[in-house]
Design a protein around this ligand. Structure first.
Ligand code: UDX
Length: 427
């Protein structure tokens, strides 16, 4: 099939490369020429495992990139909207980029002959496709959805760092189409996958995505709540949750307690669902607590540190791990952000290290001192906070010798060293 993918960020570039790998003709569209140039050269615009290989293989062949909506939409039969939906101040999602992309697609559809399906892959709250995207498409194209063109909502469940693998090996495909014809066309794209395809309407598809992410986030906050209780009772919460996870109704995944969840999805999605619920007159107490627990976890680390070394004024604190999780350079909503902000507010001197995310964190905290390795960041430090579950931190031992006081507070259960005064956040 001929597919255009609007937006070349994390979701768009992976979706485009994977559809190309599945044998489709793919055109990437982005308003940022830097990104389209990179894709045309076979270079990923973001770091994602396996993406470089796929782009190298398909760029210039069945995968091209352009900044021109007209040609991208005209030359394809199906368009995936994969643009960002950032958090607005009030927790709702900012639909301005979706609006711009949708209007641009509609404007081309106005002049295009033949049936075209527009698929929303961006994460949008329930009712957005039906009440926002479709009216905009109809208005900008002068055509009618379901008659002149098709519409579907097809959420992604891709983990950063594992997105290519997840795309190719999904647990489920969800397609919420406005009619049989649009749904059938989108389903065809995924027919080689072994997993089941769930066919439904757009609002249900949107809600599946939010319920999915909110439940995973809830599991983490739940594990953190239990962890915080265990800590006070001197019980190892990892032992507890390992046993709990053996219940087949629960599963052992997403039960690791620690500094909490970050990333571009969980905090934003839970907040957007809370906001949507309130908008329609429901107060989602559980979801609000999920966020509250998550926001407290990094602050608990600072409180533990203060109990150990007193005032942080003038103290040197090494922060190991800046990315929101391992194997990514992404710092969005990283738990290291509130920790660094609080350390700076309390007058501490922060020395930071991450194997991949330093440049991204430098944009947020330009005055923090960054180091190229853990040992240098630990040099002369009074204490160390571990914020990301990087594998290389498991090997740290002799590196801790560089510290003045060997105090480590581990937010991710990665440190094995016997040479430090070690404290886990909630175990
Ligand atoms: C998540 C979802 O997994 C994915 O399906 C969705 O499409 C996007 O959001 P991602 O943001 O890439 O993916 O990260 P994920 O691997 O799920 O981890 C999210 C955060 O939770 C990380 O900060 C991680 O450190 C934290 N986490 C995860 C825990 O604190 N404990 C756990 O047990 C698991």
């Amino acid at each position: 099939m001929k597919i255009s993918v609007i937006g070349s960020g994390y979701v768009g570039s992976v979706t485009a490369a994977c559809f190309a790998e599945l044998g489709h003709e793919v055109i990437c569209l982005d308003i940022d020429k830097r990104k389209t140039d990179l894709i045309n050269e076979g270079i990923p615009p973001i770091y994602e495992e396996g993406l470089g290989e796929l782009l190298q293989k398909h760029a210039g062949k069945n995968l091209t990139a352009t900044t021109d909506y007209e040609s991208a939409i005209r030359k394809t039969d199906i368009s995936f909207i994969c643009v960002g939906t950032p958090s607005a101040e009030d927790g709702s999602i900012d639909l301005s980029i979706v609006r711009a992309a949708t209007t641009s697609i509609g404007t081309v559809l106005a002049k295009k002959e033949g049936y075209h399906v527009v698929v929303v892959k961006s994460t949008v709250v329930p009712e957005t496709t039906e009440k926002f995207v479709i009216p905009l498409l109809e208005e900008s194209s002068g055509k009618i959805a379901g008659k002149d063109f098709g519409v579907a909502m097809n959420p992604e469940f891709l983990r950063e760092g594992k997105a290519v693998y997840d795309f190719m090996n999904p647990d489920k495909i969800v397609i919420g189409a406005i009619d049989q014809k649009s749904g059938d066309l989108v389903s065809k794209l995924y027919e080689t996958f072994k997993c089941g395809i769930i066919r439904t309407n757009p609002s249900t598809a949107e809600m599946i995505k939010y319920a999915n992410n909110s439940l995973l986030a809830t599991k983490i906050s739940f594990a953190n709540e239990i962890g915080n209780i265990c800590k006070r009772l001197k019980i190892n919460t990892y032992e507890v949750m390992e046993a709990v996870g053996k219940d087949s109704r629960i599963s052992p995944k997403f039960l690791n307690s620690g500094a909490g969840f970050g990333g571009s999805c969980f905090p934003k999605d839970v907040k957007a669902l809370i906001r949507k619920a309130k908008e329609i007159g429901y107060s989602p107490l559980l979801l609000e607590s999920v966020i509250e627990v998550n926001e407290k976890q990094p602050i608990l680390m600072i409180e533990m540190l203060q109990r150990k070394i007193g005032s942080l004024e003038g103290k040197k604190v090494a922060v190991l791990g800046l990315a929101f999780k391992n194997e990514t350079d992404d710092v969005r909503e990283s738990r290291a952000i509130p920790v660094i902000a609080e350390l700076l507010r309390l007058g501490a001197k922060v020395s930071a290290y991450d194997p991949m995310a330093i440049e991204n964190m430098r944009r947020i905290f330009p005055t923090v001192e960054y180091f190229g390795n853990a040992r240098d960041a630990l040099q002369g430090a009074d204490a160390c906070l571990v914020m990301t579950e990087w594998d290389e931190f498991k090997q740290l031992d002799s590196e801790f010798e560089a510290m003045k006081e060997k105090i480590v507070i581990d937010g991710r259960k990665v440190i094995n060293s016997k040479k430090v005064d070690y404290e886990g956040l909630c175990w």
